[in-house]
Design a binder for this molecule. Structure first.
Ligand code: NAD
Length: 254
């Protein structure tokens, strides 16, 4: 049995993880952590430190907020608790800094996107990148999302940039008109990224490649938060057998 604590257990993702872990035959939901936790049929603590004082668990799953996730990891890793992290907004430098706190045999697994479809979208984008002079990422999320651009969009842009030895011709050379700065999106490693926030979406992303007389669009839609759960459960199963920093669900997909 893998003993699991869910951090952010009262949130949209955390409550979905609670249901998925509870239904998994090889996992035991030991407790949740959430300062705004409602009554539940499992122990809920308001801080991770309090949970560690009272319970024993092998893995903590974190779907909280960009402002608190690093502190949670800083608390869990030195205690030998494997971290499966979905909370977005941390830089690569921060992840590396945090992973250095992991004792041998303890893993920090971060996936900017836990859906298999989004991982494949990123891999298809990486494969297409060398063949198209232009690439742009447009991501669409629900309007309660706290960070922009999404972790998936950042990672997609980084993968596109790493897969080609040129930058797009347009970005940087155009002039955004006064009062409409940002119209061309944010440049991440030379790739323009645009963030749409609206009611009606869970998470959607399009990657548009352009070449002479042709475009290629790769699109992924998450219609429901259950789409993330097979990836989260896979992370919980794999992390205890790993050590150090692992970024991306693709490392566990085979
Ligand atoms: P949410 O606001 O619904 O939930 C966050 C929860 O964290 C809240 O219940 C809040 O009370 C709790 N919280 C705040 N501070 C805390 C602390 N110190 N300790 C414990 N809990 C704390 O947010 P959400 O929609 O569930 O998203 C959570 C995060 O997951 C966001 O960063 C989002 O971008 C990310 N996300 C990642 C993926 C992925 O595949 N990697 C998918 C969806 C969302």
């Amino acid at each position: 049995m893998i003993r699991v604590a869910v951090i952010g257990c009262a949130g949209r993702m955390g409550s979905t993880v609670v249901s998925a872990v509870s239904a998994a035959e090889d996992m035991q939901l030991v407790c949740g952590v959430d300062p705004y936790g409602a009554q539940a049929d499992f122990p809920v603590y308001s801080t991770l430190a309090e949970a560690l004082e009272n319970e024993q668990f092998d893995v903590m799953v974190d779907f909280t907020m960009p402002s608190v996730v690093a502190d949670n990891i800083r608390t869990a890793l030195p205690a030998g608790v494997n971290c499966v992290v979905g909370t977005t907004g941390m830089s690569t430098e921060t992840l590396e800094e945090l992973a250095a706190l992991a004792p041998e045999g303890t893993c920090l697994f971060y996936a900017p996107n836990f859906t298999t479809g989004a991982v494949l979208m990123m891999q298809f984008a990486e494969a297409a990148a060398p063949y198209f002079p232009e690439a742009e990422v447009i991501e669409f999320h629900h309007c309660n999302k706290k960070d922009a651009p999404s972790g998936t969009a950042v990672r997609t842009a980084q993968m596109i940039a790493a897969a080609r030895d040129f930058t797009s011709s347009a970005p940087g050379s155009e002039t955004e008109i006064e009062g409409a700065e940002g119209a061309r999106g944010a440049l991440i490693d030379g790739v323009p990224v645009h963030s749409v926030r609206s009611m009606g979406y869970v998470a959607t992303q399009e990657v548009i490649f352009g070449s002479m007389g042709q475009t290629l669009t790769i699109r992924h839609d998450s219609w429901d938060r259950t789409s993330y759960m097979p990836g989260v459960l896979l992370g919980i199963r794999k992390a205890p057998d790993c050590s150090g920093l692992i970024v991306g669900l693709e490392n566990f997909m085979s």
